[in-house]
Design a protein around this ligand. Structure first.
Ligand code: SAM
Length: 198
């Protein structure tokens, strides 16, 4: 992952808006919690979402975790104006690895969970453990595709896209919002999910 993003970090923000759909909709959908809210993004990448959240919610404290130093360097630059309330950690996330400095109200995975291969189930379990009771797990990611070619291409880019995430997310939390949408005329589908920790 570190090697992959060493090169992809350079062009990431210039290219990914063309197919990482639903990120802005997901940010707008996050529960409007109060001033003490702590939000962690796992696999925060270049900090695109953290920057938007910092602007949208001046009172929220934000935590970004990513395993790639090259992506995190970009995130640090992107969020430098908000460094007083944005903390970044260069760590792999999953079972018995990194623990958040404090329990979070919301944990966001935005196009990261489909890249946790192996380890996506452990990451969901860890996020559940890192949430406060009543906290929310929010995920936007690829769902599925009927195209063998796209599936092959995704695998080459470390992405698993076979509808494996939603059933487990729904089992680990109580779904409060779920939507599956089409990308590029139905070539693939992506989903948005928000679940509450029981
Ligand atoms: C496709 S990018 C998504 C970045 C950002 N969330 C967004 O929406 O633009 C996936 C990110 O997940 C990170 N990642 C993948 N596996 C990880 C792991 N086990 N622990 C922490 N970060 C990981 C990658 O380094 C990468 O920055």
């Amino acid at each position: 992952m570190k090697r992959y993003y060493k090169w992809h970090a350079v062009l990431y923000d210039a290219t990914r808006w063309t197919f990482l759909f639903g990120r802005q909709a997901m940010l707008r959908r996050l529960p409007a919690l109060g001033s003490e809210t702590v939000v962690a993004e796992v696999g925060c990448g270049t900090g695109r979402n953290l920057l938007h959240l910092a602007r949208m919610h001046p009172e929220w404290r934000l935590v970004g975790i990513d395993v790639s130093p090259d992506m995190l360097r970009k995130a640090s630059k992107a969020t430098s104006r908000y460094s007083g309330r944005v903390q970044l950690f260069e760590q792999p996330y999953g079972a018995d690895q990194f623990r958040l400095p404090e329990p979070a109200d919301i944990i966001l995975f935005s196009y990261s969970l489909t890249m946790f291969n192996p380890g996506w189930e452990a990451a969901i379990e860890q996020a559940r453990a890192d949430l406060k009771p009543g906290g929310f797990l929010a995920v936007v990611d690829f769902h599925d595709t009927r195209s063998a070619g796209l599936n092959w291409w995704m695998q080459r880019h470390n992405v698993r896209i076979d509808a494996h995430l939603l059933p487990v997310l729904a089992k680990q939390t109580t779904a409060v919002f779920q939507e599956i949408r089409k990308g590029w005329g139905g070539l693939w589908r992506y989903f948005m999910f928000i679940g509450e920790k029981r």
